[in-house]
Design a protein around this ligand. Structure first.
Ligand code: ASP
Ligand code: MG
Length: 456
């Protein structure tokens, strides 16, 4: 069985939606489809609800825009009259629900994470029904499923849930598998599931990749295809490095590291459910469907120069906690990390010296972090600073740890380019090392590493 996930970028307009239909139809054998919202739709909703004090008429305009976009898509992709009527009805029902939820936000001037998740789940619900209708119009047997109703179970953490693989498996076996066996293609919404109390919970931005992996795991799929509008993982960001190339094969570990620090090609937790069942993940480009993309699988391999890709993040901030002995007194590290943990702040990396702890956090967490750490100042901690003009660079390749002298080679390439390394953290992963530089040195650094290790 194959799980085919179509990201938002593959369903931008009616022509693309129909292209997706042809790809699904061509695929012989048992298959399951997982869909994202139409391109950019979830982000649009995210931005809309992020505004403070939304007004009623703004909701009206916003809903109108959503209605227009989706009904246009429905009318252009569903030719069968009866199906068209059905899908329009379902769509209207969902738009009405979205409208009511948004009015709720206007009147209460309150937006809880729980309501946010329910609102954000609109895009996938709409696109799954449209895709079902488009397939039915082509005489392909298909049925849309909303993942929360179909039984994708989560741990209940709003906005960043993790799936309960065991319960999800039980549910999908009961609710989805019988249809597949009769030759119907389920079209399941990505991005969310529901917790044990039935509350919709999303898997975070770009969560549909992860959904697809969860569904592949639950149904014991042989392969997971993630359809996007790019060729796959690259040796570097092509907008910085002109001759960057697509990487054909990666191990689960390599892909997980690249996704964690990389440019958002893959939801960072996608690899875990696939790895558990040893399901290969293949990234495919909707614009070049015949081209092999990147295949991510269990067995890794080492290239001659070890490093396969260099990625970066400009979204992190370095927090420096200083005080005599701060670095080696075990209590201090524990106090700082648990304080941040209690505030739900993810720490990307930690390094310590005698007088200083350095932590990397997401830039959006800075103010909560400062607030939280104010409470622990005094005693050993003398002061807390932060550096925001930094970038994190991560180099990835199987064999990084065993390869003696690799770190030396990396840093000599970087220093030859005239760049000073601010903080080093190698060794936590056996396939990746990362370090911090000043943000203005980013391009120089990436170029130097790519030229030394990745150029073909
Ligand atoms: N539509 C959701 C988002 O944009 C999930 C996804 O596309 O993967 O975050
Ligand atoms: Mg998306």
């Amino acid at each position: 069985m194959k799980v085919m996930k179509f990201g938002g970028a593959t369903i931008k307009d009616p022509k693309m939606m129909k292209d997706v239909g042809n790809i699904i139809q061509k695929e012989k054998g048992k298959k399951v489809v997982v869909v994202s919202a139409l391109s950019g739709q979830t982000n649009e909703i995210r931005e809309f609800i992020a505004q403070s004090r939304i007004k009623r008429h703004e909701v009206d305009e916003f809903i109108k825009k959503i209605w227009k976009r989706h009904t246009f898509m429905v009318k252009k992709t569903i030719s069968d009259k009866t199906v068209l009527k059905d899908i329009l009805e379902t769509l209207n029902k969902h738009i009405l629900r979205l409208e009511r939820l948004l009015y709720g936000v206007v009147y209460t001037e309150e937006l809880t994470p729980r309501t946010k998740d329910l609102i954000l789940s609109f895009g996938e619900r709409a696109s799954a029904y449209i895709m079902e209708g488009m397939l039915l119009s082509k005489n392909v047997k298909a049925k849309a499923y909303e993942a929360d109703l179909a039984g994708v179970v989560t741990d209940g953490i709003f906005l960043n849930a993790t799936a309960d693989l065991i319960k999800t498996k039980e549910n999908l076996k009961k609710n989805i598998l019988p249809g597949i066996q009769k030759g119907t293609i389920p079209v399941i919404t990505g991005f969310f599931g529901c917790d044990s109390k039935g509350r919709t919970t999303t898997f975070g931005k770009n969560g549909s990749d992860y959904s697809a992996a969860v569904i592949a795991n639950a149904l014991n799929a042989d392969i997971l295809e993630l359809w996007k509008d790019v060729d796959g993982f690259m040796s570097a960001n092509p907008s910085i490095i002109e001759n960057a190339h697509t990487i054909q094969r990666l191990s689960y570990d390599e892909a997980a590291e690249l996704a964690y620090f990389g440019i958002g090609l893959l939801h960072p937790r996608t690899v875990q459910p696939a790895r558990e069942k040893d399901i290969p993940i293949v990234i495919k480009n909707i614009l070049k469907p015949n081209k092999d993309g990147t295949t991510i699988e269990k067995t890794g391999f080492k290239t001659e120069k070890v490093i396969k890709s260099v990625v970066y993040s400009k979204d992190l901030i370095e927090i420096k906690v200083s005080g005599a002995g701060a670095g080696y007194r075990p209590g201090v590290l524990k106090e700082v990390t648990s304080t941040l943990g209690d505030s739900n702040i993810n720490i990307y990396s930690v390094s310590t010296s005698h007088t200083q702890l350095s932590l990397l956090i997401h830039k959006n967490d800075l103010s909560i972090c400062n607030e939280a750490l104010n409470g622990v100042q005094g005693g050993v901690i003398e002061h807390i600073d932060h550096l925001s003009d930094i970038a994190l660079v991560c180099v990835v390749g199987e064999g990084s740890r065993e390869n003696r002298g690799l770190a030396g080679k990396i840093f000599s390439a970087v220093s030859k380019a005239g760049v000073n390394v601010e903080m080093i953290s190698a060794g936590a992963s056996s396939v990746a090392s990362h370090f911090i530089i000043k943000r203005i040195d980013l391009k120089k650094t990436i170029s130097a590493i790519h030229q030394t290790f990745c150029e073909k």
